[in-house]
Ligand binder design. Sequence first.
Ligand code: FES
Length: 104
Amino acid sequence: MQLPTSAVAAGEVRAVDIDRTEYVLWRGRDGRLRSVPRRCPHLDHDLAEGYVDGDKLVCPGHAWAFDGDGRAFKRNEFGRVDAKGTVETLLIRETDGTVDVELG
Ligand code: FES
């Protein structure tokens, strides 16, 4: 799948369908595009409705966060970070205004 780089601005989240598998893309504040499967591995909330916090995508359900490198975690109210497992990510290449996205 190809998208223009402008399809996902910093801080935005966009749902994509790659070979009939749903993912979301987001661009962190650092400008890097990241991905995670669309359904949260916790209780299945739609991560397309999540929000970007810094470079992470946060689930609207119970605030699990995804770093875009395949790690999920939850930060509690005291700042402790608990690992919540791993998720698949897409292969993303961005060159000359175009983003190429494919299953990893
Ligand atoms: S459903 Fe995503 S954190 Fe609970």
